[in-house]
Design a protein around this ligand. Structure first.
Ligand SMILES: C[S@@+](CC[C@H](N)C(=O)[O-])C[C@H]1O[C@@H](n2cnc3c(N)ncnc32)[C@H](O)[C@@H]1O
Length: 267
């Protein structure tokens, strides 16, 4: 992956001959915004682990449950880092089912993602913004978000980091979340998911994935990505098992690959 330019976007992101993170993910989700190279990468992943397609859907279903929970806490600003190409239900669609005026800001370092978000969502809803930035630079990202004037970061907000921290080494992921949380108002929520697998599968996937460097975090690593946050029950667990209000994770069948998910709140 090339270095982000001054705007935080990747100049290589328009090259259709190479697999791309957002577009390969779009294919796994059943979307149409992808090229042959993206589909070929996704097919290689599916050949190693067919349940990869289920995992990305489980992530989205978890997001619906987690966002419904946070919306019920009367949070009115949603900041989605590593937003991805528009899909359904998108974060702003989930939010709009309960709140007509909540602000949603999408952040991504892929210019194609930002252009799609602008064309398909921001143009239709004045309370939705898209910002091109590299989430690895929290001060810059939050500065750009403040500049839009849409989300009031002095008030409690919800930060979403879904299926993106497996593109950061564990210590960097931990430090990044800590830096964002440090700048958020007390009462803010963090919704976070990470895709991972038992070594027999996860290591093959990380070696095969060539759209970016992929890290196969351990469950202990993922649990450490909530620094300074109180975990909303049932805590960090398989996305299939996260049900708001459940003290322990809901029963589910064990599998080699999983999306680990959790919701934290800053006290
Ligand atoms: C696997 S997709 C996940 C999309 C969405 N969050 C979801 O859960 O469905 C990861 C997204 O994160 C973006 N991304 C990866 N690294 C990033 C970074 N350092 N800064 C901003 N966006 C990043 C990619 O461009 C892609 O759109």
């Amino acid at each position: 992956m090339t270095t982000p330019d001054a705007n935080g976007t990747r100049p290589d992101a328009l090259d259709a001959s190479k697999p791309n993170v957002a577009r390969a993910y779009d294919f796994l989700l059943g979307g149409k915004d992808n090229f042959a190279a993206d589909r070929e990468l996704a097919e290689r992943l599916l050949a190693i682990y067919p349940a990869t397609r289920q995992m990305v859907r489980e992530n989205r279903r978890f997001l619906v449950r987690a966002l419904d929970y946070v919306l019920a806490q009367a949070i009115s600003g949603y900041l989605d880092l590593g937003a991805g190409l528009p899909t359904s239900p998108a974060v702003h669609e989930i939010v709009r089912r309960q709140d007509n005026s909540a602000a949603v800001t999408y952040v991504d370092n892929d210019p194609v993602v930002i252009n799609h978000l602008w064309a398909l969502t921001c143009s239709a809803d004045s309370r939705v913004e898209a910002v091109a930035a590299d989430l690895a630079h929290p001060a810059t990202v939050l500065g750009q978000v403040r500049e839009t004037g849409l989300i009031d970061l002095a008030e409690p907000v919800c930060l979403i980091l879904a299926m993106v921290l497996h593109f950061q080494p564990a210590p960097a992921a931990r430090d990044l979340v800590a830096a964002y949380v440090d700048d958020l108002a007390p009462g803010s929520y963090v919704i976070l998911t990470v895709g991972r697998g038992e070594p027999a599968i996860g290591d093959q996937i990380t070696k095969t994935y060539d759209a970016a460097t992929l890290y196969n975090h351990t469950p202990e690593d993922v649990a450490s990505f909530f620094p300074g946050l109180d975990l909303v029950p049932p805590g960090v667990c398989d996305a299939r098992a996260w049900m708001p209000g459940w003290i322990t994770p809901a029963p589910f069948y064990d599998r080699a690959g999983q999306v680990l998910a959790g919701v934290g709140v800053k006290k």
